[in-house]
Ligand binder design. Structure first.
Ligand code: ZN
Ligand code: ZN
Length: 286
């Protein structure tokens, strides 16, 4: 679409073995990088409450081999590894990697749970405080908050619902920077989100989650530009990243044609291909 390139293909919700993801951080970077399609991803491993029941059950089941969340005493190591991998991702794949965390509250049958991503997090944020306090701390750090799967409501007995932020959206709208309008395979009501900035993310835990909802942003590939684009939320598109679409785009013949037209042309072609199958909504600056 002339005048609307370049688009960046982004995924702002990705887990690794630092919490409950299947792959190591390095494997995640290589998986996204080797598609040749992604411009921006955020690593957002869980920070859990001290008494997280699911994590405790998981630790018992795995005989203490896995932690399911980034502990406070390991947080600096976590950020350092992301920084190293981000430098490699930029070098090898021209991909921007943002350090983040998902501050996670898993109380069974509670109306006070929220999962909140902090993008560009600088310091550990405890999950053992109110969602409002978590949001205030994210703001204090100059990070960007994303309300994760804010519509997820308990339907079964032992299930976690995470709708505290959505249920309190009127009071909290100034503190929540962006709302997740789509998470992996689920699309939440975009109509009800029309007054709020939004993104779509994979909530990646294992390779098949690569094929899921993603965000397209129109801005430069730097964190300050991405940050502004997220918050202003002007040209944002939700797109389904599908296995077949990706394979078709990387088949030798079409791929060569795209490549021949140069980097900018290739990006524009990729963006318009994505637009063809995407649910796109243009928002206007207010
Ligand atoms: Zn979550
Ligand atoms: Zn998650």
């Amino acid at each position: 679409m002339p005048g609307y390139e370049p688009f960046l293909l982004c995924d702002f919700h990705v887990h690794t073995q630092w919490s409950d993801g299947r792959l190591t951080l390095r494997e995640v970077i290589d998986l996204y990088g080797r598609t040749g399609r992604f411009d921006v991803i955020a690593i957002t491993d869980h920070i859990l409450m001290k008494r997280d029941l699911l994590a405790r059950a998981g630790r018992i089941a795995t005989l203490g081999q896995r932690a399911f969340g980034v502990r406070e005493d390991a947080f600096d190591d976590y950020l350092a590894e992301i920084q190293d991998e981000a430098a490699r991702a930029r070098r090898e794949y021209d991909m921007l990697v943002i350090p983040g965390a998902e501050v996670t509250q898993n109380r069974i049958r509670s109306k006070r749970n929220a999962h909140i991503i902090a993008l560009d997090i600088k310091e550990y944020i405890s999950a053992d405080q109110s969602p409002n306090a978590v949001l205030a701390e994210i703001r204090r750090q100059g990070a960007v908050s994303i309300a994760c799967h804010p519509h997820h409501r308990t339907t079964r007995r032992i299930e976690i619902s995470t709708c505290y932020l959505w249920d309190h959206r009127k009071e909290l709208s100034d503190l929540v920077d962006v709302w997740e309008a789509a998470n992996r395979d689920d699309l939440f009501s975009v109509t009800s989100l029309k007054h709020f900035p939004y993104v779509a993310s994979s909530d990646f835990h294992k390779p098949k989650h690569l094929y899921s909802w993603k965000t397209l942003l129109r801005c430069d590939k730097t964190w300050p530009a991405v940050r502004r684009a997220l918050i202003e939320n002007v040209d944002v598109a939700l797109t389904l990243f599908r296995a077949d679409a990706w394979k078709a785009a990387t088949e030798p013949e079409p791929a060569r044609q795209v490549r021949r037209s140069g980097r900018a042309g290739g990006r524009a072609a990729a963006a318009s291909a994505a637009l063809g199958s995407a649910l796109v909504r243009w928002t206007r600056a207010t």
